[in-house]
Design a protein around this ligand. Structure first.
Ligand SMILES: Cc1cc2nc3c(=O)[nH]c(=O)nc-3n(C[C@H](O)[C@H](O)[C@H](O)COP(=O)(O)OP(=O)(O)OC[C@H]3O[C@@H](n4cnc5c(N)ncnc54)[C@H](O)[C@@H]3O)c2cc1C
Length: 472
């Protein structure tokens, strides 16, 4: 037997690009990392397997940005601020009555990111999947990629950022990684989000108010939700029970239901569901494939139920079902510092803190441990140190987004988009600086990464760019 079609002899692979910083994954963190690296003067290239930037925020339709839950509202990532401002100006983002400024339009996010990344001079290679890494002496020297049409080539770089969400680059490089819950490796539940159009929002608002929903009723920024057994907070649950009795929906369909209107999209809502039952293996190719099919069946049932039983949805139609599965957590790197539950509970601050948040532990699919907002004192917050972005033993590699070094529980509090963007910005700055330092000393040893760049300097640089950090 022989393998045909794959040329993996390093000397024979065509060099597609030679850059200072290559970013694997153009999602929430990766697109910001590309902008940040280019802003530091690096020749930066983002490699994205799909045809749009934004990752979970665009292709998995995750909107709105969750709030950092800090009343003084820090904004560590100036690039996050810039994206929000630009979208706000065009009516594609909005602030609600409670001051939550994370509402945005997922469909338009790629347009905004294309424009922004281009304006900072960062290149993007779409429809290109990273399939391997080039190593020298435990240091990353580039990526092996498969481009559209199946060609395999090499991207040489002085430094790599792993923003794949799955810590794929770290895994390929041999970095120790963690998967799922410490006790049994189970990942958080996955969801396949969808968007409906043609909703009569005024009718829906009046219905929700009539059944006793007392929150989220502002228009045009309307939201609703239902969770079994919580009809006191989510009165819609009663309608879900009736729907189940009539056989319109199954128990799993109503386990976690949430919907938000979308700035700039009129009569549409984005749904943070369905959550796929018994699906705790976010890295299993057959199970994730099945999750799309199950998710689409659940979506069809939910939509039919809404049309028949919830006023406002009678003439609604499916605009889209997420082309990308919503993965909350899959694989995390073993970093120089791994964020812990204690860091969250104790509201720890760090000299090299590059993100600040008080977002709670939010573990989907784990009964009784899920959303615990009351854990930390109101007004206080914890920080994520830059060291969580540095893999423990591999050089020229930084990690950004949901796969940074953290325990299963701590990751659940650090995975929201504003935090992922802050890690992306920090990694972009760090990688650009590393690339500059490595150039005159090509043989420098990987063990020096944490000494070569100081996280406190990265934080200072983020502030110099307009990032807002609260005093500790
Ligand atoms: C269902 C769900 C609901 C959520 N709700 C909220 C919410 O309401 N608000 C909030 O703020 N956060 C929410 N989150 C969390 C947040 O959306 C994610 O944690 C965050 O977007 C992850 O960012 P990331 O950059 O790490 O990964 P992603 O944004 O997923 O980006 C990873 C990118 O890497 C690319 N990639 C992967 N492998 C390769 C490869 N081999 N080659 C090339 N490219 C590759 C992917 O295509 C993707 O574009 C939710 C998450 C989920 C799944």
């Amino acid at each position: 037997m022989e393998i045909r079609g794959l040329t993996l002899n390093l000397a024979q692979l065509p060099v597609l690009a030679d850059v200072d910083v290559v970013i694997a994954g153009g999602g929430t963190a990766g697109s910001v990392a590309g902008i940040a690296a280019a802003r530091e003067g690096a020749r930066a290239l983002v490699v994205e397997r799909y045809g749009a930037l934004g990752g979970s925020g665009s292709l998995a339709q995750v909107s709105p940005l969750m709030s950092l839950k800090i009343p003084e509202k820090p904004e560590p990532s100036s690039i996050n601020g810039l994206i929000k401002q630009r979208m706000m100006k065009l009516g594609l983002a909005a602030v609600d009555q409670n001051g939550q400024d994370g509402w945005f339009n997922s469909a338009m996010l790629p347009f905004m990111l294309d424009e922004l990344i281009e304006s900072f001079g960062c290149d993007v290679l779409y429809d290109t999947t990273v399939i391997g890494v080039v190593m020298h002496d435990e240091e990353l020297r580039g990526l092996v990629v498969q481009t559209r049409g199946g060609g395999i080539g090499l991207i040489q770089s002085a430094c790599v950022i792993d923003a794949t969400g799955d810590a794929l680059i770290a895994k390929l490089a041999g970095v120790k990684c963690f998967e799922g819950r410490e006790s049994d490796g189970a990942n958080q539940s996955v969801s396949l989000r969808f968007t409906l159009g043609g909703i009569d929002l005024a009718q829906l608002q009046s219905f929700l108010s009539d059944i006793g929903q007392s929150w989220g009723l502002g228009l045009p920024l309307l939201e609703t939700a239902s969770v079994w057994g919580h009809a006191d907070v989510y009165p819609l649950e009663k309608i879900f029970r009736q729907g189940m009795k009539k056989g319109l929906i199954h128990y799993e369909d109503g386990k976690y239901f949430q919907a938000f209107t979308i700035p700039g999209m009129g009569a549409a809502m984005t749904f943070n569901c369905p959550e796929i039952p018994d699906m705790k293996q976010a890295l299993d190719p057959f199970k994730t494939s099945r999750a799309y099919v199950t998710g689409r069946k659940m979506t069809a049932r939910l939509h039919h139920f809404l049309k028949l039983m919830v006023p406002g949805f009678a003439n609604s139609y499916l605009l889209s079902s997420g082309p990308m599965l919503g993965i909350r957590e899959s694989r995390r790197v073993d970093a120089v510092y791994n964020l812990s539950l204690e860091d969250y509970l104790q509201c720890r601050k760090f000299k090299d803190g590059i993100a600040q948040t008080a977002y709670p532990i939010d573990i989907h699919g784990e009964e009784g441990v899920d959303y615990q907002e009351e854990d930390i004192p109101k007004g206080d917050f914890f920080e994520i140190p830059f060291r969580c972005l540095i893999p423990a033993r591999t050089g020229r590699l930084l990690v950004a987004g949901r796969c940074i070094g953290a325990s299963f529980a701590a990751q659940s509090a650090a995975r929201i988009q504003p935090v992922c963007r802050a890690t992306g910005e920090a990694a972009g700055i760090g990688a650009a600086w590393l690339a500059r330092k490595y150039k005159p000393a090509a043989q420098r040893k990987h063990s020096a990464t944490a000494d070569l760049i100081k996280g406190s300097d990265i934080r200072a640089r983020m502030i110099a760019h307009g990032g807002i950090f609260l005093k500790k």
